[in-house]
Design a protein around this ligand. Structure first.
Ligand code: SF4
Length: 321
């Protein structure tokens, strides 16, 4: 038997992934559920992927489990794909050499094109594979930021930026640290929620020793995603002086309910994370079945405000177009 030290544990858990939806249904004792089986029969371009460590947080025998619903292929993905005119998310038009500069003071860097999990509602799912290797564009990115002195914040996104190994994250941060006008580094990631062991001691040391103020924005949609391992990892980040914020997506039949969201806010604060944003779905052809309308969202937020303290109320965000 091979033993893994804590540095390697996340990589082991990352490779321990289910890529076959039938296998997942069988594990959850749902392999007799005709509706779910019909749903996964469809062929879709975005593959199925979920690590086993995340599956452990799903309930057995529950076809409506909110974590299962986020990852399970649904026949509506392909129906919608064929019916609607293909619309790529507006974000993809802004990408230039892995960089998006939409707001004056900050740039977003797409550090890589892979994720630990494939979330069916993801608006980036159709162009993730097209994101270039960052190595090819590093010179462009560094020169661009050097020339634009109004930029004081860099946001790392992807895919998932923490899919990159610690030694490469260290290298990347040290390159950015040489640019004096950058003060804040923000990391948008779902990986430490899916695989909490991703928060290694090495990563914490890199973050605590950086001259940047580091903000890590987690992506959690439901309280059931937060278990004791997630809480332990968030505690490590808190001790490393990292500010923790969360953003969620409002998803039909998963979290479109004030009580569910109130429960999420409480669990977030117990894990030391501030509920920050809740986004209306960024629509693409294959995720419309998750849509919650703006009118419904406003009603949910009004109900939520009567259930939680102000600091536990995330801000509802939507595309103004
Ligand atoms: S982890 Fe984030 S980028 Fe990756 S599939 Fe999920 S929502 Fe999309």
């Amino acid at each position: 038997m091979k033993y893994f030290n804590s540095k390697e544990l996340w990589l082991k858990q990352l490779s321990n992934t289910i890529n076959n939806p039938y296998e997942l249904l069988s594990l959850l004792k749902l392999d007799n559920n005709i509706k779910l089986i019909n749903n996964i029969k469809t062929k879709v371009p975005f593959s199925f992927k979920v690590p086993k460590i995340f599956v452990k947080r799903m309930k057995l025998n529950d076809p409506n489990d909110p974590l299962l619903m986020q990852v399970l292929i649904n026949i509506k993905e392909s129906r919608n794909f064929n019916k609607l005119t293909k619309k790529i998310s507006s974000e993809s038009n802004l990408i230039k050499f892995n960089l998006i500069h939409k707001y004056n003071n900050r740039v977003l860097i797409l550090l890589n094109n892979s994720c630990a999990i494939h979330c069916r509602y993801c608006f980036r799912r159709d162009y993730l594979k097209d994101i270039s290797n960052i190595k090819n564009n590093m010179n462009y990115i560094i020169n661009y930021i050097l020339q634009n002195k109004e930029i004081n914040e860099v946001i790392l996104s992807g895919g998932d930026p923490l899919m990159i190994r610690d030694k490469n994250i260290k290298l990347f941060i040290s390159m950015l640290e040489k640019i004096n006008h950058i003060l804040i580094l923000r990391i948008h990631t779902r990986l430490p929620i899916i695989i909490p062991s991703r928060i290694t001691n090495d990563l914490c040391n890199i973050l605590i020793n950086s001259r940047f103020k580091i903000i890590l924005v987690t992506h959690i949609n439901h309280a059931n995603e937060i278990d004791s391992n997630v809480i332990n990892s968030m505690n490590k980040l808190n001790k490393a002086n990292v500010i923790l914020l969360n953003q969620s997506v409002l998803l039909r039949n998963i979290n479109n309910n004030a009580s569910v969201l109130a429960n999420l806010s409480i669990k977030l604060i117990q894990a030391g994370i501030i509920p920050y944003y809740i986004h209306l779905l960024d629509k693409i052809n294959s995720n419309i079945h998750f849509l919650v309308t703006k009118t419904q969202a406003n009603k949910i937020m009004r109900d939520l405000s009567s259930k939680v303290s102000g600091y536990l109320l995330p801000k509802l965000m939507y595309d103004k177009k």
